[in-house]
Ligand binder design. Structure first.
Ligand code: GDP
Ligand code: MG
Length: 458
């Protein structure tokens, strides 16, 4: 397992200047390091109580800061080990100095997610809960925060735990009938087990299916605005964003770099990118911008092809439309506030590729609600669940699906009156899969990989 005999340290607040900056230490030397910092070997902090202390540089005896310090005594701490928090003033230079001093006192810098990893290893929380904290921190919308909070409260385990217990009961029953060969499974019990397995697959599949909506909440949708210069991409970007982020002018070729911002559409985080207008340009900087626009377009989940509806459809628009043909896209026919506006080439609101066309005015804020709804439409899954618990994590989804498949194969074997030994293989696999979701049966290698996606200090 990971070495836990050492004491780790990290800045737990974001880097940069602020009112306060919190340094966290966890491990057997945490209290000793605190005593050195407050220059008092006899300092006995009451657990969970903040005290105002002067922090001293042990080498020079100079005062470093006035800080609120707190001691959390093992095992009643976030990590389950002795934890110290130093609430210092939020100067990056000061915080760096204090961290360096703790390093000289034999702490070591924490790896990403190492505090959470220790919490899971020490049984302070389940893996799904640690993952929920990361998702909560990373959430881009209120709806995503809400889902992460539900997961943090242990809702996933509350669904999975009973499933695991049911599975275990069945496994025990089948193993015992294996042991006493003459004690063949009575027909009645055989049917009961079949029923339970059917129920289990239905419940777990239902949970797995929520991933289609859940992943949108967590990862969001990448949307890029593309089009020839001057059609109003930057104006539309600003209107969707609700403030003047991109420069808008009547001069074609104004936007040269890509600009990206997160917006919230009905709770779904959307990463919206404004790009340089696509055209052949002799200007070196603009050409680089056009390359970037194409790369951004290739990476997007959805393109909004912007067309100026107040002008006839030109070759420049055709180039963009044909480039977008094979990608998921919708068309925003912009400048519908102008008298010259006409719905060029639109048939029943669809273009030649069958993609939706929506008339908008970035300037007068017309049609934006319809446009927003059209952005989400291709990603909706019909039954529009947003109420219940959603699976938001690809790892959970994968394990759920594998468990469902494993139970399914055992179910078919049992129906075909195969030997208990064969039936048990799938059930054991399913049990292991479910245990991996909550962390009980997760290997160290996988744990390491999961926690490396956490931020430092978490
Ligand atoms: N009338 C009208 N003008 C618009 C609209 N959207 C953009 N424009 C104008 O079109 C010009 C180009 O806009 P801009 O957003 O820079 O286009 P981009 O090059 O595609 O990013 C500017 O003069 C805008 O004010 C609109 O909906 N209606
Ligand atoms: Mg622009």
């Amino acid at each position: 397992m990971f070495a836990q005999t050492d004491t780790i340290v990290a800045l737990s607040t974001p880097p940069g200047r602020g009112g306060i900056g919190v340094i966290r230490l966890s491990g057997p030397d945490a209290l000793r390091i605190l005593r050195t910092l407050v220059a008092s070997d006899s300092f006995k902090p009451s657990p969970n109580v903040l005290s105002l202390k002067t922090l001293i540089d042990p080498k020079s005896s100079e005062t470093l800061d006035e800080a609120l310090v707190c001691f959390f005594k093992a095992p009643h701490s976030f990590t389950g080990e002795d934890v110290i928090e130093l609430h210092c003033h939020g100067s990056p230079v000061l915080l760096r100095t204090i961290i360096d001093i703790t390093l000289s006192l034999d702490a070591r810098l924490a790896a990403p997610g190492e505090f959470s990893l220790r919490a899971v290893s020490n049984g302070r929380m389940q893996l799904t809960e640690a993952e929920a904290i990361r998702d909560l921190i990373d959430a881009h919308t209120e709806a995503a925060v809400h889902q992460a909070t539900r997961q943090l409260k242990g809702e996933i385990s509350r669904i999975i735990q009973p499933a695991k217990e049911d599975l275990l009961k069945i496994i025990v029953r089948l193993e015992s009938s294996l042991e006493f060969v003459e004690d063949d499974l009575p027909a009645l019990e055989h049917d009961k087990i079949l029923d339970s397995l059917r129920g289990l697959t239905a419940d777990l599949s239902r949970l797995a299916r929520t991933f289609r909506s859940g992943r949108l909440l967590r990862d969001g949708i990448k949307v890029a605005l593309v089009g020839r210069p001057n059609v109003g991409k930057s104006s539309l970007f600003n209107s969707l964003l609700g403030h003047e982020r991109a420069i808008v002018t009547e001069i074609p070729g104004t936007t040269r770099d890509t600009l990206t911002e997160w917006i919230d559409i009905s709770g779904v985080p959307v990463r919206l990118t404004d790009t340089a207008g696509i055209r052949a340009s002799t200007d070196a900087i603009e050409s680089l911008g056009v390359d970037r626009a194409r790369r951004e377009a290739a990476d997007a989940d959805l393109l909004i092809v912007v067309i100026d509806g107040s002008e006839p459809l030109g070759d420049g628009d055709q180039v963009v439309l044909s480039e977008a043909r094979d990608a998921r896209h919708i068309v925003a026919l912009n400048k519908c506030d102008l008298a010259k506006f006409s719905e060029v080439g639109a048939q029943n609101g669809r273009d030649r590729n069958g993609s939706k066309i929506i008339s908008v005015s970035a300037k007068c804020l017309l049609g934006l609600e319809t446009l927003r709804a059209a952005v989400l439409e291709p990603f909706k899954n019909g039954n529009g669940e947003s109420q219940g618990l959603l699976i938001t994590n690809a790892r959970h989804h994968d394990l759920l699906q594998r468990s469902v498949e494993a139970i399914g194969s055992s179910l078919s074997l049992l129906q075909a009156d195969a030997s208990e030994e064969l039936v048990l293989v799938g059930l054991h696999n399913a049990l292991r899969g479910l245990g991996e979701i909550t962390g009980e049966t997760t290997t160290d290698e996988i744990l390491g990989r999961i926690f490396s996606t956490f931020c430092i200090g978490k």
